[in-house]
Design a protein around this ligand. Structure first.
Ligand code: SAM
Length: 221
């Protein structure tokens, strides 16, 4: 098996389990047209986020790293009209495209995209005394993952689900000689989790159209 097979199997899964969705197709087309990098979650992963939000019954979601709002839309669809999702994005161009995509999906009433450095935004949310979130999805600059984890734990209550994408990195996560700051960020993130009994979780390796990677999922105790 190789990456081509993983991609074909992902297509098979998508064809069978993820009904054709004109809005999401338009969102991906708008992202391509706007020159956004294709680093959003895959359809199967987006659907997984949607299903996890439903399982949790999450009504308040924090997302760190919006890009064009693809994962945002998958999750926001599952929180109901009274639900709220705050998504943080550094790049004003990404945020602009995401806002337009969220409007296209008819979700602007429940989604707020905040533009600027996530660490500054998280500080701001703390100042606003934001209510704890039911689910937090960390998917921004990986060197900052340890900082995002600290904030995520601060904005949690018992039962909050924390998910972080790209924690396997083609297996590089076990390379302690790595000079890649993203690998360092993930390794520190894993060390913090390993030492913290306030959250119970695991990491799952994945293959698919986005290659070999994986995600962390945990629940705050
Ligand atoms: N969650 C998105 C999805 O699946 O559709 C993909 C997010 S993409 C992997 C990461 C995003 O984080 C990029 O849009 C990038 O501009 C943003 N980002 C990078 N550094 C950031 C920072 N310091 N604060 C906020 N966002 C940041």
């Amino acid at each position: 098996n190789d990456a081509a097979t993983w991609g074909k199997v992902d297509d098979y899964v998508t064809e069978h389990l993820i009904p054709y969705d004109e809005v999401l197709e338009k969102v991906l087309a708008a992202n391509r047209e706007a020159g956004l990098p294709e680093i959003d979650v895959s359809p199967a992963q987006g659907k997984l986020l949607n299903v996890i939000v439903q399982i949790k019954g999450a009504k308040r979601i924090l997302e760190i790293g919006t890009l064009g709002g693809y994962s945002t839309i998958w999750m926001a669809r599952a929180i109901g009209a009274e639900g709220r999702l705050i998504s943080l994005e550094l790049d004003p161009h990404h945020a602009k495209v995401a806002k337009s995509n969220v409007a296209l999906a008819g979700l602007e009433d429940r989604v707020s995209i905040r533009v600027g450095d996530a660490l500054v935004q998280l500080e701001q949310l703390a100042e606003e005394k934001t209510e704890p979130f039911d689910l937090i999805f960390i998917d921004a600059d990986k060197p900052n993952n340890p900082n995002y984890l600290k904030w995520a734990l601060q904005f949690s209550k018992a039962g909050t689900v924390i998910i972080s994408d790209n924690v396997i990195r083609n297996g590089e996560v076990i390379d302690y000689h790595s000079t890649d700051p993203r690998v360092h960020g993930i390794r520190k993130f894993m060390d913090m989790l390993s030492a913290d009994s306030a959250i119970a979780g695991t990491a799952i390796q994945t293959v698919g159209s986005k290659g070999y990677d994986g995600f962390y999922i945990g629940i705050v105790q």
